[in-house]
Design a protein around this ligand. Structure first.
Ligand code: FUL
Length: 631
């Protein structure tokens, strides 16, 4: 190297350093920031939930706690097949219900005898948790576990003695099965149950006090510091996104609670019948298109999605669920496969130095980010594509390691010689709830990522991003332009026929509020039979004898829970005098998931049906939105 070259190189290096020192320092973090584990977790986006236990065999969503372990016998269970199905669909992990509210432990726990050692499966030597954990490890697929705090089997539930049992269960699951990426503590707490034979109602008061979640969190951190803790009265890392429909609460979505970073997880079953597998559920599977909306309303708002796919009584996934999962998975993979903004040239209104300039938006590196100087909260960036492209989804990501900052943004496209707004900036106070704004939604918060599906595809080679409000200088790591795959590219899901429903034409009604009883048979989910008392009942006269095999019940659908029937009894008669009970039980989990419930009973002939609402939610009153009698 000549002296001149050496001097030039040294000068460039020095100037670079000076440049860096003057303007290229990273901004200080703003507000609460996520832990490394939370960052990693958010980047997983979506994973499977697997509800599989005694309820799989009883057609129930919530077992009472007195079910026999003898029923659990999944002759064809294949954890490997389940894990590879999830992986193939693009899921990033799975969480298994090691124990649901019925208290049955699907691993050979030392904490209670109500466990899998009493099941005929593998002659009492089976361990579902182990089989899933091993298959996951083999496929490098993160494994997590759900352990219901509410235990309707345990005699000690509601007293101090149960805590030893519960803590022991947590310890076993976090010690014997390798790394657990997430542990789930359910929110359903206390109520009636078997409780070792007491068959009574047990109220635990404030869950946080009873379970001592501060202690639980401490114990978990000691055993597995990398494990994400769901729930635990918000003492953990992640909280429930507030529905069991898969949408993340409201949008805008902030990951901030006071001084703490708290992320959101939206949960939903792929099948409308519930979290556990139910006979004949095939036709109730959600379509790939619907799952895409769920994805946009959860991951697309900055949360994670946990999608339940339940094994059947053989221990296999339902083919209808698998078809829809795979079709949605393919759709998602295609959506994310081509980013038309990748490597596009970016001219930003401002940046705090080269390391933070506009091109960081389109470099495909999730860690680098574009950031203006401190104090600038409304910068803009023009993105020039190498060639015109057609897209209809815009994705943005913030560098969340530095905190969540952006409250609203706008995107424009250069169309026919002018800037046209394609994502309107959100205004303060506006909210998208449920599935609102899935198409044509506004630009509010970003967080880990936001996906905005435009009302129609746009073709252009120039796009402009404007941050319209932020709490501190925005740090935007990625800007992408994507194309939603068309619905035709997805595999069709074979419909499986529902049980045959009797026509209610000409039927007569008596009993309480019998003038409203026809509303439970009118095919209109928005009208209902209701009566101010519980228990209550009405009588159906089908005017002639039918062979009945079961019924389905749709709880009230108006968003209210008061008077929602949660316990029922069905009696049949041929003469309206002598009655025989054919079905009796509980509709579990209606508060969180008020979906249609199906009950079968041994076929019986009858002309009269008496439906009893024996318990209901939230005070007195009984209601039924729809009742269908099956033959
Ligand atoms: C709810 C439970 O009550 C349901 O049965 C299900 O496990 C769901 C994921 O959480 O709170």
């Amino acid at each position: 190297m000549s002296i001149k070259q050496w001097f030039q190189t040294a000068c460039l290096g020095l100037c670079g350093m000076v440049g860096n020192a003057a303007g290229a320092e990273a901004p200080a973090p703003f507000g609460p920031t996520p832990t490394e584990q939370q960052v990693k977790w958010l980047r997983m986006e979506w994973y499977a939930f697997v509800h599989f236990g005694l309820n799989t065999y009883t057609n129930k969503e919530w077992g009472y706690g007195d079910e026999s372990p003898g029923m659990f016998n999944p002759g064809d269970f294949d954890a490997e097949a389940i894990v590879t199905t999830f992986k193939k669909a693009g899921m990033q992990g799975m969480i298994y219900t090691a124990k649901h509210h019925d208290g049955f432990c699907t691993w050979p726990t030392k904490s209670t005898t109500h466990n899998i050692t009493l099941s005929p499966w593998k002659n009492g030597k089976g361990d579902v948790v182990k089989e899933f954990a091993t298959a996951c490890q083999r496929h490098n697929f993160p494994f997590g576990t759900y352990l219901s705090p509410w235990d309707r089997n345990c005699a000690e539930y509601g007293r101090a003695g149960y805590l030893d049992v519960y803590y022991k269960q947590i310890e076993e699951l976090l010690t014997n099965y390798g790394p657990i990426f997430e542990i789930w503590f359910d929110g359903a707490m206390g109520g009636d149950g078997f409780y070792g034979g007491a068959r009574e109602n047990r109220n635990i008061g404030k869950a946080d006090n009873y379970y001592n979640y501060t202690q639980v969190v401490k114990n978990i951190r000691k055993l597995q510091p990398d494990c994400i803790i769901w729930g635990a009265a918000e003492r953990g890392d992640v909280t429930w996104a507030g529905s069991e429909k898969g949408f993340a609460k409201d949008y805008p979505l902030w990951n901030i609670r006071g001084q703490k970073w708290l992320s959101w997880e939206a949960d939903t079953p792929i099948n409308r019948r519930g979290w556990f597998w139910h006979p004949g559920q095939g036709s109730a599977v959600k379509t790939p298109q619907h799952l895409m909306e769920v994805y946009l309303a959860s991951v697309g708002r900055g949360a994670n999605l946990i999608l339940n796919v339940a094994p059947n009584r053989d221990g296999r996934l339902d083919p209808a669920d698998v078809a829809s999962l795979q079709a949605f998975g393919d759709m998602r993979t295609k959506l994310l496969a081509t980013d038309y903004a990748l490597k596009a040239t970016v001219t930003a209104s401002e940046s705090r130095g080269e390391k933070f300039n506009g091109s960081q938006l389109t470099d495909g590196d999730i860690e680098s980010y574009w950031c203006p100087k401190d104090g600038t909260t409304t910068p803009t960036a023009e993105i020039k594509l190498a060639a015109p492209a057609t897209f209809d989804v815009v994705r943005l990501r913030e560098q969340i390691r530095l905190g969540q900052r952006v409250s609203s943004f706008k995107v424009e496209a250069w169309v026919d010689g002018a800037w046209k707004t394609i994502v309107e900036p959100g205004k303060p106070g506006e909210r998208e709830t449920r599935f609102d704004g899935i198409r044509g939604g506004k630009g509010h918060t970003i967080g880990n990522q936001v996906l905005r599906w435009l009302p129609a595809p746009v073709t252009t080679d120039r796009v402009r991003l404007s941050i319209t409000s932020a709490k501190a200088c925005p740090c935007i790591s990625e800007f992408s332009l994507l194309r939603m795959p068309s619905a035709e590219t997805t595999a069709p899901v074979e419909p499986v026929s529902d049980p045959t429903v009797l026509s209610s034409k000409g039927w007569k009604f008596s009993g309480f509020a019998s003038n409203l009883a026809p509303l439970a048979f009118d095919g209109n989910k928005d009208t209902m039979w209701q009566h101010a008392k519980t228990p209550s009942h009405f009588v159906v006269d089908m005017t002639k004898e039918h062979r009945l095999t079961g019924f389905s019940y749709l709880p009230r659908q108006d968003g209210k829970t008061q008077g929602m029937t949660t316990r029922y009894r069905v009696e049949l008669s041929s003469d309206c005098k002598n009655w025989k009970t054919v079905a009796e039980g509980e509709f579990g989990n209606l508060r969180a998931n008020p979906v249609e419930q199906h009950v079968s009973f041994p076929p019986q002939k009858a002309r009269y049906v008496r439906f009893f609402s024996t318990a209901a939610l939230d005070g007195s009153g009984s209601s039924v939105a729809e009742l269908k009698l099956h033959h």
